[in-house]
Write a protein that binds this ligand. Structure first.
Ligand SMILES: [Zn+2]
Length: 133
């Protein structure tokens, strides 16, 4: 799926708004994510840290949950951080692959005017896919 330039810009702007809500008192690494739903709506997620570090949940997975709760499915995602762009962590890549292994992933910075668009299958080759025996 190729994303139109206007769609990429819309997702980055939404992810920047989500990043502003991040709860990251321990790492100060605020992450915002915006998922484009299959129906065209956009859903936000931010990282939510916890003093029990293992309970921290990433922005991408929170945005996926918001997408599903709204009754649609993820079709693309944008991730925004401060400074140099970062790709979703391995866990989030697997969660996103559940819905579309070739999903477009927009990597953007809140502090630099640059971004790149990657395909999820380039970020997670050989994603796990359960098939009933
Ligand atoms: Zn993650």
């Amino acid at each position: 799926m190729d994303l139109a330039k206007v769609t990429v810009e819309r997702l980055i702007e939404a992810a920047r708004r989500a990043q502003a809500q991040a709860y990251a008192p321990y790492s100060s690494f605020a992450v915002g994510a915006a998922v484009l739903g299959a129906d065209g709506r956009v859903f936000l997620g931010c990282n939510v840290e916890n003093s029990s570090f293992g309970l921290t949940v990433c922005a991408e997975r929170n945005a996926v949950a918001a997408t599903l709760v709204a009754g649609t499915r993820p079709a693309a995602v944008a991730v925004v951080v401060n400074g140099k762009t970062v790709a979703p962590c391995g866990a989030c890549r697997q969660v996103l692959a559940e819905f579309d292994p070739g999903m477009p992933v927009v990597l953007a910075s809140a502090t630099h005017d640059s971004h790149e668009v990657m395909s999820l299958d380039a970020l997670l080759p050989g994603a796990f896919h359960f098939e009933k025996p």
